[in-house]
Design a protein around this ligand. Structure first.
Ligand code: TEU
Length: 551
């Protein structure tokens, strides 16, 4: 397997709005990231991916960009960004930006022009369709709810938006649009940024006729109608050839609708498209046919199978990304671990899982201290547009709203967006005024300051595990082989690079377990575990993980 810096990197994802406020307006900003660079460096990560900081009306917190070349003044403007980039490079950290190229904000100059007349030169920058009876041109439902079509009065037709109506989709069929986006990439790459996380890149190519979806199951609609359009690979190859390949960039495409059937096409090293993708097979594992608010039980076997199958696929010539949380999903310890009795231990077990799988590892801000889901008492405390639209829809459907609030507690994207918990002072040390989103009430017990000097903290466990991975390239590149695949509580695998073999075993349950395995434990020496137990064999406390080396 060819080595590459982006394969060996551990990435730290920052949601700038919630990271650190230095101006006292309750919103995180770029100077806040600069202030915390020593903290980030001390995590031992290599790359920082920052969510969008461009000019935006913030209907979807920056994923609705109104100017691709301007950093929003709220975040500190372009000068703050330039300083951040310089300081990061001085410290040997790389910076990855978010590229949101499937849609713009409706406030972007291109859309402001496009909606004026049918002959406007920007008209073809977006997708337009008329309908005979004034109803939506097809039955597609937006990823955030409601129809994907909004009416434009001046031209008496509809424009397409797979997300909110303030996020019109760009028309990549138009070569001018593609050149505009490539220019944006050049602009930031010339400044020296080290890569791009490409937002919903799987959606950029549309089926021209916009046929009605025949599926009830939402994921099937996404996969077959919204994503993986007829020209997706042509566009990605073009972008790679014309721009990406001219720089030493790391690229990770985010992809609804990317799955085992098509995943390799995006990342196979012979195809010249992307380095890796984020698929959601494990992230929607608890979502039923109607989407994330149609909650179904989590099953460890399904979870393991996602990692197993993706590794099988990607070893044929691609590379994966390993993540268990980001700004769009609930907190990983609340979701896959246990945020009550086994909070600390399960947070560490999940850290061990993340950092021993094959692929580039992404750690989302706050997970390194075990931040948990929040459960606000009222829908009025929530900010996320997806949550609010889901709420409205549930209300329209006559659902029991007390029950729905409980679902919001589990699934809202705001779970991951509460301000970073730096210390136990007012507003968790995030800001000296009321934050844009209420701090999680557990900040006095879960915060950076209380963990910083505690050798047994989750934070120090992460620092140590990241270093351990970097010192053991077998954990990056080594073959992955899952053991005892159908065990209901144990997730066990070998990593082997021909020179060394690690055996990693996690008890992902709240019960003590003895792993009865065909593996002979006398051949293995215990290297690391996440509890104070000194048991060197296959006996596991609840949420205990162990890393062994073959001797
Ligand atoms: O997310 C894309 C995406 O698929 C999400 O809509 C995801 O399915 C959902 O949030 C799960 O709850 C990206 C960004 O990461 C997200 O923040 C943006 O809102 C979205 O694109 C639109 O740009």
């Amino acid at each position: 397997m060819n080595r590459a810096w982006w394969k060996e990197s551990v990435v730290y994802q920052i949601y700038p709005r919630s990271f650190k406020d230095t101006t006292g307006n309750g919103l995180g900003d770029i100077y806040g990231i600069i202030e915390k660079l020593d903290y980030i460096k001390a995590l031992n990560v290599d790359v920082v991916w920052i969510c969008p900081v461009y000019e935006s009306p913030n209907n979807d917190n920056g994923y609705d960009i109104s100017d691709y070349r301007t950093i929003s003044e709220e975040f500190g403007g372009n000068s703050a960004f330039d300083l951040l980039l310089k300081k990061m490079h001085d410290k040997g950290l790389k910076l990855v930006m978010d590229l949101v190229a499937n849609h713009t904000s409706d406030q972007h100059e291109w859309f402001q022009q496009a909606k004026k007349t049918k002959t406007n030169p920007y008209r073809d920058y977006y997708h337009w369709k008329s309908s005979k009876n004034g109803e939506a041109p097809n039955n597609w439902q937006s990823i955030f709810g409601g129809t994907v079509w909004s009416h434009n009065e001046t031209t008496n037709d509809f424009y397409l938006h797979l997300f909110t109506k303030e996020q019109p989709d760009l028309n990549w069929e138009n070569p001018k649009v593609r050149q505009e986006i490539y220019d944006v990439v050049r602009f930031w790459a010339n400044k020296g940024v080290d890569g791009f996380r490409m937002d919903v890149i799987s959606l950029i190519s549309k089926q021209k006729e916009f046929p009605n979806t025949i599926y009830d199951n939402y994921q099937d609609t996404i996969k077959n109608y919204y994503a993986n359009g007829p020209k997706i690979h042509e566009y990605l190859q073009e972008m790679n050839k014309e721009v990406l390949s001219k720089y030493d960039l790391m690229t990770v495409g985010e992809g609804p609708g990317i799955d085992l059937d098509n995943g390799l096409d995006y990342v196979h090293h012979d195809r010249g498209e992307l380095n890796m993708v984020f698929h959601f097979d494990h992230m929607f594992i608890d979502a039923g046919p109607k989407g994330k608010y149609d909650i179904v039980d989590f099953d460890l076997n399904d979870f393991k199978s996602v990692f197993n199958q993706w590794d099988q696929l990607l070893k044929q010539g691609g590379w994966g990304s390993i993540f268990l949380g980001n700004h769009d999903f609930s907190r990983m310890v609340s979701r896959f671990g246990n945020d009550k009795k086994f909070h600390k231990r399960s947070a560490k077990a999940l850290a061990m899982l993340l950092l021993t799988l094959r692929g580039t590892v992404y750690i989302y801000q706050g997970d390194e201290i075990g931040m948990t889901n929040v459960a606000y008492p009222s829908i009025n405390d929530y900010n996320d547009v997806e949550t609010l639209q889901a709420w409205q829809e549930a209300q329209m459907n006559g659902e029991d709203m007390d029950v729905f609030l409980k679902k919001v507690h589990l699934q809202s994207r705001d779970n991951a967006r509460t301000p970073m918990q730096w210390d136990k002072s007012l507003h968790a040390g995030f800001s000296n005024s009321k934050p844009w989103l209420t701090v999680n009430s557990n900040y006095k017990t879960i915060n950076v300051k209380s963990q910083d000097n505690d050798p047994l903290s989750i934070l120090n466990f992460y620092r140590d595990m990241i270093l351990f991975r970097k010192e053991n390239l077998c954990l990056v590149y080594g073959d992955y082989e899952c053991l005892d695949e159908h065990h209901q509580q144990i997730f066990a695998y070998r990593r082997n690079d021909g020179q060394r073999e690690f055996l990693v075993v996690h008890n992902m349950s709240c019960d003590p377990i003895t792993w009865r395995s065909t593996v002979n434990h006398h051949q293995y020496t215990l290297l690391k575990t996440n509890t104070e137990s000194t048991q060197i064999g296959f006996e596991f406390e609840p949420w205990q993980s162990k890393i062994f080396i073959k001797t």
